[in-house]
Design a binder for this molecule. Sequence first.
Ligand code: PEP
Length: 245
Amino acid sequence: MRARTVVGNWKMHGELASNAKLLGRLRERLADAPCRVGVCVPFPYLAQARDLLDGCPIGWGAQDASAHPRGAYTGEVSAAMVAEFGSRWVIVGHSERRSLHAETSDRVAAKAQAVMAAGLTPIVCVGETLEEREAGRTEAVVAEQLDACLSRLGAPALAEAVIAYEPVWAIGTGRTASPGQAQAVHAFIRARLGAAGAGATVVYGGSVKPANARELFAMPDIDGGLIGGASLSIEEFEPICRAFD
Ligand code: PEP
């Protein structure tokens, strides 16, 4: 279902005391946001997110989940375990997982499938490196990443997920895709989903800040954002969540 959506990716940041303050402020200041709001926290803080956000419209979730339902996979966390904490979202295929943990597009697709099987919404990240963009390969790279999910899930199911277009060169670099660059890839993603594309939620991620969120979210195919660094500060995250006309 297409819906305005802004989700924070805390990455490997946080500690109980500072999380409590941030979660409390999210609850106070974003319960009436003009979009779906979520935070994806490190696994150990899922219970804290549940305890401090329960009963308000802000959702929470994790930044990864195993492709396997259970078993001898030391260190992995299943989607069903994440679901037990009342979670709504799970990020899969973040470029840091693809590059630092060698996750292939097929592995990402298997994770998205496992997340859906647990009744949660995967936020499937796709995006090209700077080298790939400069070689004119943006669409080919994004197509390969999406097609793995399409062949496992089918377009109607993928349209029920969230797709996050995150150019790798824009993540944590302060270098944002221009609204036009982002819009072009978002339109390409929708087209790749065929008839289901019009109903899909497609968000942009990569150095979104209060100063650039409004012009990005005003693009016709951009439904919101996946926010890294700026999600750690209520002063930055709140205006981003409100940057819709
Ligand atoms: C991210 O980690 O998904 C991200 C978009 O990070 P940042 O907003 O810090 O670029």
